[in-house]
Structure formats: C-alpha cells, structure tokens
Design a protein around this ligand. Structure first.
Ligand code: NAD
Length: 259
C-alpha cells in the first residue's frame, strides 16, 4: 500500500535507537525526509547514515536533549515546519514512589508530558495552515495498564494522554491527526533497563525474569522496533486521516480486557 506521504518531512525524537528509530526507518522507507533527534551524537550519526543508505531520503540530525528548552530550540531550528511529528524521549526511572522526590516528578513530567506538548505547540499551527499533519506520541501500555514500579511514567504519560484527547478533536477538521502509540514490551535497550530493575527488586537473575516476562505475553515474544515503526507509519499515512485521539496498544495481546 502506498501511504501517500512521499516527500513529506518528519521530526522524529529519540530516534537513534529503539522505537523512535523504528518509526524513523519506516517513515523513510515511505519516502519521508526525516530529522532525527537523540542525545548521543555517535549512535545518531550511525543511524542517520544507515537510513540514508537504505532509503535515499534526506536525513538531518540534531544531537541534543529534547527535554530542555535549548534542545527544543535546536530541534525546531533544524526542522521548523514538519508535516509529521513523532514525540519520544527516554522513560523515567522505575521504583517505589516513596523514594521519588518532587524533582524526580518534575523531570518525568518535563520529559514525558511537557516536551511533547511544547513540540506540538510549536508545529501544529503550521500543519493546520498547510492542511496536513500527523502527530504520533510514543507513550506506554502503562497508560492503560499501570504497574506500580512505573509510577513516574504512569503519572506523566496519563497527563499527556488527557491533553491529547482534547486537542485531537480540534485539529482533525484541518486534516491534522494526533494519536498515541502505546508500546507493551519491545526488545530495546529500555526493556533491558526495566527488566533489570524488576529482577533486582525481586532478587532474581535477569535472564530468569526476562524469560518469565516473555512467557506471560500471549504472543510469546517481545515486539520489534520494525513492527512498532510500521504502525507509526500507518498512523502518519493519508489513509489514516479519519483516525484521531486514539490510544493504540501494541503489546502482543498482553492487555487482558475486551476494549
Ligand atoms: P531506547 O532506550 O531503546 O531508545 C531511546 C532513544 O531516545 C535513544 O535514541 C535515545 O538517545 C533517545 N533519547 C532518550 N532520552 C532523550 C532525550 N532526553 N532527548 C533526546 N533523545 C533522547 O528506548 P525505547 O525502548 O525505544 O523507548 C522509547 C520510549 O518508549 C521511552 O519513553 C520508553 O519508556 C517507552 N516505552 C518503551 C517500552 C519498551 O518495551 N521498549 C515499553 C513501554 C514504554
């Protein structure tokens, strides 16, 4: 299927690795020029070169911390008018909520709620004026099925989800859609971190906890960044213009509810 987005421009955050990279690769494969943002320049340049070689699209890089005002300024200078925006940043630390300070909460809210809102604020009116825009926020299955150790993530991402629910109905008459993609358990560096923390908290070997987690997933495996990217590219397609304000869960069947 041709997604009809060849020649569009996308700003993809957290794009040197993992889920963000999966989204950037899938969009580039559809002929979208991409601006990739990540903190570490080395991994970012490597990813950019691999995407250029594989797809031939224009790839721009910005090495910065997107959760800071200076970082966002750099990003928006490099890509002031994207047609597609994928918001993403590292997840907050896991742990018992009793151990988190006010500063920990502010950091999580900054990274996983206010940064996406600031990026949307800076780009959505241009999309509305051009009568095309696709915004995808990478959130978490924890928004739908919270886990106690993900307290910071549960709180900050739920705030973003509530905000998006209101805005997404205002932009859709202008062919600008906003949806959230909710990863369950995907085989990325972040998964190693969260499983490592879980193993430590129960005093079990990491491999054992990894295997137990895998077996709990109805699909009997972790998701891949490629699978995640493919759904992101569909949400950014012309065909998905009637879909907005949705929370799309990608978790191999792990969420047990009917809806
Ligand atoms: P990852 O660690 O594999 O990759 C994160 C990417 O984001 C890297 O490119 C990194 O450089 C970049 N990044 C991190 N913080 C940044 C910042 N402040 N500024 C700019 N770039 C930054 O992580 P992932 O597994 O791809 O996860 C992406 C998001 O999805 C995270 O918020 C994570 O909490 C969430 N998530 C992941 C899973 C999973 O199973 N992998 C599950 C639920 C939620």
């Amino acid at each position: 299927m041709d997604f009809g987005i060849r020649g569009k421009t996308a700003l993809v955050c957290g794009a040197s690795k993992g889920l963000g990279r999966g989204c950037a690769e899938a969009l580039a494969a559809e002929g979208v020029d991409v601006t990739l943002v990540a903190r570490g320049a080395e991994a970012l340049e490597k990813t950019a070169e691999e995407i250029r070689r594989a797809t031939g699209v224009k790839v721009t890089t910005v090495a910065c911390d997107v959760t800071t005002p200076e970082g966002r300024q750099q990003v928006l200078q490099a890509c002031p008018q994207p047609d597609i925006l994928v918001t993403n940043a590292g997840g907050p630390p896991t742990g018992d909520f009793r151990t988190f300070s006010r500063d920990d909460w502010i950091k999580a809210i900054d990274a996983n709620m206010l940064t996406p809102i600031e990026l949307i604020k800076a780009t959505v009116d241009g999309m509305i004026a051009r009568r095309f825009g696709r915004i995808v926020n990478i959130t978490s299955s924890a928004v739908k099925a919270p886990l106690d150790v993900l307290a910071l993530s549960n709180g900050a991402r739920s705030g973003l989800t509530g905000f998006i629910a209101g805005l997404a109905r205002k932009t859709v008459p202008h062919n600008v859609t906003i949806n959230n993609l909710l990863p369950g358990q995907f085989a990325t560096d972040r998964l190693q971190v969260t499983i490592g923390a879980a193993a430590k908290s129960v005093g079990k070997p990491v491999d054992e906890v990894f295997e137990a987690r895998r077996k709990q997933i109805p699909a009997q495996r972790f998701g891949t960044p490629e699978e995640f990217g493919a759904v992101c590219a569909f949400l950014c397609s012309m065909q998905a213009g009637y879909m907005t304000g949705q929370n799309v869960l990608l978790d191999g069947g792990n969420y047990p509810g009917t809806f």
